[in-house]
Design a protein around this ligand. Structure first.
Ligand code: SAM
Ligand code: SF4
Length: 465
């Protein structure tokens, strides 16, 4: 099958490394950087790549954005509030610029990829030195060099779909690493802007993914989070019959201690994937499976391509194969035309499944998506009331579902000190539920066994064994 995307050539990647070196020796380049990241794990991982390139250019991280010579906003546009927050913070930085004229500002990520946004930045945000889209990420060193040498504002937004391999990565957490397996999305859920700003779905070669995983293992990584907008459709378009389940099996055999992945689409949750989880030693017993709505009428308008029954059947199958599996989801309320009855269907589904956690959102119209021009947009007060009801229900249910861990042993990958106490640490168990337990600095980054002794709000409390 002919591919409609390109892997960026070795020669081009080498050319970018030369630009990074050229920036490094410029006497007037910034010395320190600070990255402000909005949005999903994909963006968080892009920021790690930006940091990798910045360090190749000779820069070091600043403690705060006020102190940095160079501030980069890695933006999100999935919902209006993420976009407004980013634009507000960018404007605020203009004030800092008044006292520090040498301050350099860049804006990148999904928002820049929106139609008309690059022009808006050029016209209304003239103080921004550099703006580039997600497709241009790998060209950051070249754009940086040009911006510094010309002194002009540089804006670059490509729309072609590429896969850049071998970018340097400066990871925030060494023990738990992100690993992108695929880019873009072809699903065109009617509310969602992602397919417009992240391009067509494209999978990395299995050999490239496995090589990166091997490198991470050698560096002592304990948990790998495989990333993709629709991670379980990995392999489509490679033309060799390779599937996400097959990739998981290979990673499992490799012996990566803990493997997680997100995000999965219910329509692509195959029996093969469930079997891969069932027979695995290292794939964690947890699954993030966004349902979005419990109403078939709304699911159809959302273009989700599954019904409530199909979703429930997948949940049943997952639970049969992996008893006690931790399930989480995403839900949107106030989608155009959502009636009180549709909303009740969502509430009922939440009750029926019993998720360990749920990310809940008020529908936010996004220009260019089909849902934005649908009839029956829901009034803000109705959506607000619905989300409050939904959150209250989920909290009540979570209190019940999490009780199954009481008295059980869990292995925690410790992330850091607990917010509540200096003698306690917290992290995630194998089911992706947060656990706080007694511990100290030596535990951070380690997998520690504990017994679950209590439940406070939505956090499990544990004692080490
Ligand atoms: N590809 C993933 C999926 O399908 O679940 C994640 C995409 S998106 C970054 C994460 C979540 O944002 C979605 O699952 C959806 O619940 C929510 N979302 C996307 N577009 C939205 C919109 N226009 N308004 C409100 N929530 C939205
Ligand atoms: Fe957006 Fe749907 Fe693609 Fe997820 S699957 S990124 S919600 S279009």
């Amino acid at each position: 099958m002919e591919r409609d995307y390109q892997i960026v050539s070795e020669a081009e990647m080498a050319r970018q490394r030369e630009f990074a070196e050229a920036v490094r020796v410029l006497p007037h380049r910034p010395q320190t950087y600070f990255i402000v990241t909005y949005g999903c794990q994909m963006n968080a991982h892009d920021s790690e790549k930006l940091a990798g390139m910045l360090e190749e250019m000779g820069m070091v991280p600043a403690e705060t954005r006020e102190e940095a010579d160079f501030v980069i906003f890695n933006t999100c546009c999935v919902r209006d509030n993420a976009e407004r927050r980013a634009l507000g913070n960018i404007t605020w930085l203009r004030e800092i610029r008044k006292t520090r004229p040498e301050l350099m500002i860049a804006v990148c990520g999904c928002m820049i990829q929106e139609p008309g946004m690059a022009e808006k930045i050029l016209k209304q945000y003239k103080f921004v030195n550099l703006a580039f889209g997600t497709a241009n990420l790998y060209k950051f060193p070249e754009m940086m060099y040009e911006a510094l040498e010309s002194g002009r504002n540089t804006v670059e937004v490509d729309t072609h779909d590429v896969i850049p391999e071998g970018l340097p990565v400066q990871r925030v957490r060494k023990e738990a690493a992100y690993l992108t397996v695929m880019y873009g999305c072809d699903n065109f859920c009617s509310y969602c802007i992602v397919p417009y700003v992240r391009g067509r779905e494209r999978s990395r070669e299995p050999s490239a993914v496995l090589k990166e995983a091997e490198g991470l293992m050698k560096d002592g990584t304990k948990e790998i989070m495989l990333l993709g907008q629709n991670v379980n459709s990995y392999g489509k378009g490679l033309g060799n019959g390779y599937s996400f389940a097959k990739l998981l099996k290979e990673l499992d055999r490799m012996g990566v201690p803990r493997i997680r992945f997100m995000t999965s689409h219910p329509k692509d949750l195959s029996d093969e994937l469930i079997e891969a989880m069932q027979g695995s030693r290292h794939i964690l017993p947890q699954f993030h499976l966004p349902v979005q709505s419990g109403s078939d009428r709304i699911l159809e308008k959302m273009n989700r391509r599954y019904t409530r029954d199909i979703y429930m059947e997948r949940v049943r199958k997952l639970r049969e194969a992996v008893p006690g599996i931790g399930l989480s989801t995403d839900i949107i309320v106030g989608f155009p035309g959502e009636t009180e009855e549709d909303f009740r269907d969502t509430m009922e589904l939440v009750r029926e499944v019993g998720f360990d956690s749920a990310f809940t959102f008020i529908y936010s119209p996004r220009v260019g998506t089909r849902a934005a021009s649908m009839d029956g947009q829901i009034a803000a007060d109705v959506s607000t009331r619905r989300i409050e009801e939904l959150i209250a229900l989920q909290e009540e249910i979570q209190q019940q579902t999490l009780k199954r861990f009481l008295g059980q042993e869990e292995e925690i990958l410790v992330e850091g000190f607990s917010k509540r106490s200096d003698d306690a640490v917290s992290g995630k168990g194998r089911h992706a539920v947060s656990v706080t337990m007694d511990g100290g600095p030596g535990d951070i980054g380690e997998i520690v066994k504990c017994r679950i002794t209590g439940l406070k709000h939505n956090t499990l409390m544990g004692e080490r064994v």
